[in-house]
Write a new protein. Structure first.
Ligand code: C5P
Length: 230
């Protein structure tokens, strides 16, 4: 499966998520399960989506002591999750422990890191003792993530070009804040179209509402593919 598209299932229940998933094709997109759906419904979500042949990005952004994060990563990978993530600010030993547990058990789940949450502005970083710009902090954490054995990072499409220079084209850049030409910005502020994001170096695009809230999610997905092909 080599589509860059990951559809965000930001639903409150498995039933709601499944009714959307029925109109999607596992050969043409992957699915992202986040904190709300997973906290409400648990691993049954993973089983239900995998039974429909979808690859799942479990977006739980683990951040804890190395031993605990490694155990959580092992649990996710054991359940056949395609991609999982941690916070790079958990530090080098935490990320290395996450990588080591996958190597030790021969699991090939993709392991990526979140750098700086896009909700954090310069003043928010300053308040937690980080006196560099968000962009510089993203660059530092991306390099740390790469040196600590991560397969890639979550980043905005705006950052993807800079990260391609410092971390290379193969380092995964998983990018939310994507709005196809046909859609509304919703609450996203700095948006890019799918084609712009790929041109900027994003390797995977996380897309939620433009597909999940579309009158026909299948047609929305097709329109995004057409934009990318165009
Ligand atoms: O509906 P929309 O396309 O805005 O959804 C984007 C998805 O990506 C949501 O699951 C959101 O939580 C996630 N996300 C984001 N911005 C980030 C990190 C994650 O929009 N910086």
């Amino acid at each position: 499966m080599n589509s860059p598209l990951i559809i965000a299932l930001d639903h409150a229940s498995l039933n709601e998520a499944l009714s959307l998933v029925e109109s999607l094709d596992p050969q043409r997109c992957r699915l992202k399960v986040g904190k709300e759906l997973f906290t409400r419904e648990g691993p049954a979500v993973l089983k239900a989506l995998q039974a429909r042949n979808f690859e799942v990005f479990l977006d739980l952004k683990f951040h804890d002591i190395p031993n605990t994060v490694a155990a959580a990563i092992h649990a996710a990978a054991d359940q056949g999750v395609w991609m999982v993530n941690v916070h790079a600010s958990g530090g080098r030993r935490m990320m290395e422990a996450a990588r080591e547990v996958l190597v030790k058990h021969g699991l090939n789940t993709k392991l990526i890191a979140v750098t700086v949450l896009t909700s954090m502005m310069g003043e928010d970083l300053e308040a937690i003792g980080i006196n560099v710009s968000p962009q510089e902090q993203v660059r530092r954490l991306a390099l740390l993530a790469q040196r600590s054995g991560m397969d890639g990072i979550v980043c905005s499409a705006q950052e993807a070009a800079m990260l391609k220079v410092c971390c290379g084209a193969d380092f995964l850049k998983v990018t939310p804040g994507i709005r196809p030409q046909f859609s509304q910005p919703d609450d996203q502020r700095r948006i890019m179209t799918p084609a712009q994001a790929i041109a900027n170096g994003s390797t995977h695009l996380v897309i939620g509402r433009p597909v999940t809230q579309a009158p026909s999610p299948g047609e929305a997905l097709q329109a995004i593919e057409a934009e990318l092909a165009g």
